[in-house]
Design a protein around this ligand. Structure first.
Ligand code: MN
Length: 253
């Protein structure tokens, strides 16, 4: 199996080395990742600047360090690493959760999205850590993936669908299992922090405190907060099909 790895935390992030450890057992691995951290870049792509792709040796694997975002990396990877096509795109392990609406901001998820758009089976993986500075427990992600990722790789998803996986950042022994769940809602409070520079001019810093709502049954947010790995099949068809008739009727009234 030909496997392309990417992430949004940069080629030298610890989460990439964890993913490499896992991916090697499933086939031939090539790594194409950003040359620096690009978290929260979403599904953006570089259009107005040239992309540089520096070939490097990554622990004996062919790898490229790209001056772009994950979408760029997948497209560069499909040209340089696997010109004859590849069978699997893995993006991660992200240093932090990608739950609910995070999916729309996440560069990690965008890597899998781009693989999916290219017709390749794709999976994004994230370590769901909620306390800043606490251990990310990559060893838990590695062990879970060594045992269970094979089943997700084998599973044939409908077209334009990929897997988004979140592993709780806890000790493996504390992991309660896995759940296949829907995308929850993860809302941030106090998103914009207003600060003041040394000259008294205001500047703004986005971040915010996540308001995790535990009452959303059957969601990734709930599963991870209860100590389960969340597995979400995400569709690239964002249409609200149920609304089409209503809107049509309203417009033609
Ligand atoms: Mn990241």
């Amino acid at each position: 199996m030909r496997i392309l790895l990417t992430n949004d935390d940069g080629l030298y992030a610890e989460g990439m080395s964890a993913l490499v450890d896992v991916a090697r057992q499933f086939g031939e691995v090539k790594v194409v990742a950003p040359d620096r951290e690009r978290s929260a870049c979403g599904h953006s792509m570089t259009l107005r600047d040239p992309l540089r792709a520096q070939p490097v040796d990554y622990d004996g694997l062919a790898a490229w360090e790209v001056s772009g975002v994950p979408v760029d990396c997948v497209n560069v990877g499909l040209e340089l690493a696997w010109p004859d096509g590849c069978d699997l795109v893995l993006s991660g392990f992200n240093h932090g959760p990608n739950l609910g609406f995070d999916v729309t901001y996440s560069g990690t998820v965008a890597g899998a999205m781009e693989g999916c758009i290219n017709g390749i089976h794709s999976i994004s993986l994230s370590m769901a850590l909620f306390v800043s500075g606490a251990p990310l427990h990559f060893e838990t992600g590695i062990r879970w993936a060594q045992e269970r990722l094979g089943a997700l790789i084998e599973h044939k998803l409908p077209p334009l669908t990929f897997f988004n996986v979140n592993v709780p950042a806890i000790a493996y022994e504390e992991l309660r299992g896995e759940r296949v769940v829907g995308m929850g809602q993860r809302v941030y409070q106090e998103r914009l922090e207003i600060r003041s520079d040394p000259w008294g001019r205001p500047y703004y810093w986005q971040g915010g405190v996540v308001a995790m709502s535990g009452d959303q049954a059957g969601t990734d947010v709930e599963a991870v907060s209860e100590g389960f790995v969340s597995i979400t099949p995400v569709s690239l068809d964002w249409t609200n099909h149920a609304a089409i008739r209503d809107v049509e009727a309203a417009l033609n009234r």
